[in-house]
Design a protein around this ligand. Structure first.
Ligand code: MRU
Length: 323
């Protein structure tokens, strides 16, 4: 416990560059969450837990408010901060207790995602085509991931699987991160535009859809990356099973229905500009929309429970109405 830095993969540079980012103070870790250096429900939760521990180590337990205001939608952020805060404030050795609790949360996240893989793998038959949205793989968690964990488990068991990764505008988590993970795992896949899903479903090209979750309300309504709702509605129309994969730390019992899930509105710059690498290998930000036009950027949507076939958790697969 000499140093109190938090180390994380700099996700904004992927897939072009792999770099580890060091956040030396709780404010640095807040900055990393806010700017999506670290992103994805479980990874945000783990980072926020460690930020809370850093705040205790820096004698600033009042930093809790700042940590909780970094991003509004992912329930795991609030779950982790509360757990670390409660543990430390009730301990004789708050700094050590905070650090140990943050570590326990991170380890649990990895363990729970591994179990999600074990349960979810049973839904995947040899030769299946799977569609996923956003990135809910090992970059988005401490390890394994939620939606991709069953896919990894199926592939490691020798099943032939093919993944359609939705591009996931505007940040491109599917095109940049899910595709990078799948390539590294040796899993055959294609990046598809966000608006291609319904077409592929209508042609019988998708056998199952598995996505992650940022917050699950008590009635099973699920908040996830913007665009998830459209996939769920289309899946229902074409009789395709639509699964949410998420650790139970994502469930917010204080949120009765999806209407209560806070939806983050992000900067319009994320829609108007795109960042990528030019032919010379230099990272550049370019305007991809009409100059002078404004853009809206709601980052999440809520899928009503009626569209969800089941929720894959570390404890097993449950119907949303039985949560
Ligand atoms: O990239 P983010 O942090 O804005 O998106 C959150 C997510 O990762 C997705 O909504 C994901 O599908 C939920 S599970 C990690």
């Amino acid at each position: 416990m000499d140093g109190s830095s938090v180390f994380m993969i700099e996700q904004n540079l992927l897939p072009f560059e792999f770099k580890i980012h060091e956040a030396k103070t709780y404010k640095d870790t807040c900055h990393a969450i806010r700017t999506m250096i670290v992103r994805g429900a479980g990874a945000i939760g783990a980072a926020a837990g460690f930020a809370m521990a850093q705040a205790f180590i820096e004698n600033h337990p009042d930093g809790r408010c700042e940590i909780e205001s970094t991003r509004p939608t992912a329930q795991t952020l609030f779950y982790a901060v509360k757990r670390v805060f409660d543990k430390a404030i009730n301990s004789k050795y708050p700094k050590r207790a905070a650090f140990e609790e943050a570590l326990a949360i991170a380890n649990e996240d990895a363990q729970h995602c591994r179990l999600i893989g074990e349960h979810g793998e049973k839904l995947i038959k040899d030769g299946m085509n799977i569609e996923t949205h956003c990135n809910a793989g090992w970059l988005a968690f401490v390890d394994w991931g939620s939606a991709l964990s069953p896919v990894y488990a199926a592939a490691r068991k020798g099943k032939n699987v093919f993944v359609y990764a939705d591009e996931t505008r505007p940040r491109g988590q599917g095109a940049r991160l899910t595709a990078w993970e799948l390539l590294n795992e040796g899993i055959p896949h294609k990046i598809i535009p966000d608006n291609a899903g319904a077409h592929l479903m209508s042609k019988g090209k998708i056998d199952i859809i598995i996505v992650g979750a940022d917050r699950i309300a008590a009635n099973g309504d699920t908040g996830n990356k913007i665009g998830t709702l459209e996939k769920a509605i289309c899946a229902k129309e074409y009789g395709i099973p639509f699964y949410i994969a998420a650790p139970t730390s994502t469930i917010d019992k204080d949120c009765p229905t999806g209407k209560d899930i806070p939806i983050e509105e992000r900067s319009d710059k994320e829609v108007l500009y795109q960042t990528g690498r030019d032919k010379e290998g230099t990272m550049r930000e370019v305007l991809v929309c009409n100059p002078g036009s404004n853009a809206g950027n709601p980052a999440f949507d809520v899928t009503p429970a009626k569209y969800i076939t089941g929720i894959i958790t570390e404890k097993g697969i449950v119907k949303p109405e039985n949560l």
